[in-house]
Design a protein around this ligand. Structure first.
Ligand SMILES: [Fe+2]
Ligand SMILES: [Fe+2]
Length: 144
């Protein structure tokens, strides 16, 4: 995975997060428990969002550091990842499983927070990684 791949993945994630956020808002506002939608939120967090964090830590963060991202900024991103993992864990423990017979309002609120935090984090990374790419482009065109 390189910076180009991560741009595409962030674009897909942001689009999906917007949809999920609308779904979760509907569940919260209507108070109607929708197991299918809730299961999809559960799937997205476990199968898409959390693996994305792991992939980034393995493949993108070392490149970003090598490309000149200051270590203290990288620490900030890593802290964000830990917070997102904690929120995901709290969401699971609040009843996010789609099999609950009642509306787990706590889970809805935590999921809303998680989705917002994930979206903000992805946008921050997009701007940092785009700056890095631009500076790499400038450096390589200077040395050409
Ligand atoms: Fe990230
Ligand atoms: Fe990301």
């Amino acid at each position: 995975m390189d910076f180009q791949d991560i741009h595409h993945e962030h674009a897909r994630l942001t689009e999906r997060l917007t949809q999920l956020s609308a779904d979760v808002r509907t569940i919260r506002d209507d108070g109607v428990f929708d197991p299918k939608r809730f299961r999809e939120v559960h799937r997205f967090i476990n199968e898409v969002a959390l693996p994305h964090l792991k992939d980034e830590e393995k493949n993108i963060f070392p490149r970003a550091l090598a490309a000149g991202l200051p270590p203290e900024v990288l620490d900030l991103l890593k802290r964000d990842h830990e917070e997102l993992r904690v929120l995901a864990c709290v969401a699971m423990h609040s009843g996010l499983d789609g099999d609950s017979p009642v509306l787990p309002l706590d889970a809805v609120l935590v999921v809303e927070r998680l989705i917002r935090a994930f979206d903000e984090h992805a946008r921050l990374e997009e701007s940092l990684f785009s700056d890095l790419e631009r500076s790499l482009g400038v450096a390589s065109s200077r040395s050409a």
